[in-house]
Ligand binder design. Structure first.
Ligand code: CAA
Length: 256
């Protein structure tokens, strides 16, 4: 662990989910102060209790992560969240835009709600959260923004015009912002996981999921820890010269 990490604060949006949990745990182990944002978009009533339980489980493992409520697709809600973290943990140095949802359907069956929900949660959140932290990062002359894209943003996927569009848009956003802040000690990168064994992937209909698995050259789904390791690297000082890049972690599913 680098000594300098102790002072740095990381925010992981969607931090209590499948990938988010592994990312929070890894960043905590690297010595950062970590805030996990949560909002369960599917079980609106239970989410606060679930997040508290998540934090208690982490504490039992000796991992002390600040949990913070907020809807990252809503500017005002996200602003309050960033303020809370700044006040209680410290100014945000590392932002992991990890919050994401799927609302899969072939386009001819997709509803406007399925389209807009995915746009708001997966893409507008990236603008909102990045916008809310970028000025502080510029002022302090150091920052990391890590956007969790997807293999399906690069290759497309049947039933995912909405999701793929948001994940692909992250590449353009990240490259443009990387140019704007390269001289300010801030890097902006994407990670594009393939199919990782999280609840999002396990929610795919079993027959469809089995067919997808058969197309992965590595012959297995990825592990959340394999994605978290890359987040830690991009966040580190060693990763300072990587910016505007995209890291593919997909078991060979798509090589480009
Ligand atoms: N390519 C070509 N044709 C396909 C196809 C594919 N990949 N998948 C389905 N079809 C065809 C079917 O053969 C079927 O054809 P017929 O009508 O001629 O029989 C037709 O399309 C309808 O297929 P479904 O019965 O599957 O349609 P549906 O409306 O019931 O389901 C769906 C659609 C929900 C999108 C389903 O296809 C599905 O779940 N697909 C997988 C989507 C996916 O990969 N999601 C990833 C989620 S995880 C994630 O996103 C994380 C990440 O970043 C990787």
């Amino acid at each position: 662990m680098a000594e300098g990490n102790k002072k740095k604060v990381a925010l992981v949006t969607g931090g209590t989910g499948g990938l988010g949990t592994a990312i929070c745990e890894r960043l905590y182990k690297e010595g950062y102060k970590v805030a996990a944002n949560y909002k369960d978009f599917t079980k609106a009533i239970q989410w606060r209790e679930e997040a508290k339980k998540w934090r208690e489980d982490q504490l039992k493992m000796g991992i002390d992560i600040h949990i913070v409520e907020g809807d990252v697709s809503d500017y005002k809600s996200a602003q309050a969240m960033v303020q809370e973290i700044t006040d209680e943990v410290g100014p945000i140095d590392i932002l992991v835009n990890n919050a994401g949802i799927t609302r899969d359907a072939p386009l001819h069956k997709m509803t406007p709600e399925q389209w807009y929900e995915v746009m708001n949660v997966n893409l507008n959140s990236v603008f909102i959260c990045s916008r809310l932290v970028i000025e502080g990062m510029i002022a302090r002359g150091w920052g990391r923004i890590i956007n969790m894209s997807s293999v399906n943003g690069a290759k497309g996927q049947f039933g995912q015009t909405n999701y793929s569009a948001t994940k692909s848009a992250m590449y353009g956003f990240s490259k443009s912002l990387a140019l704007e802040v390269a001289k300010k000690g801030i890097t902006v990168n994407c990670i594009s996981p393939g199919y990782v064994g999280t609840s999002m992937v396990m929610a795919i209909r079993e027959d469809v999921r089995e067919k997808i698995l058969a197309t992965v050259p590595a012959g297995r789904f990825g592990k959340p820890e394999e994605i978290a390791g890359m987040v830690a690297y991009l966040a580190s000082d060693e990763g300072s010269f990587i910016t505007g890049a995209n890291m593919n972690i997909n078991g060979g599913l798509h090589m480009y």
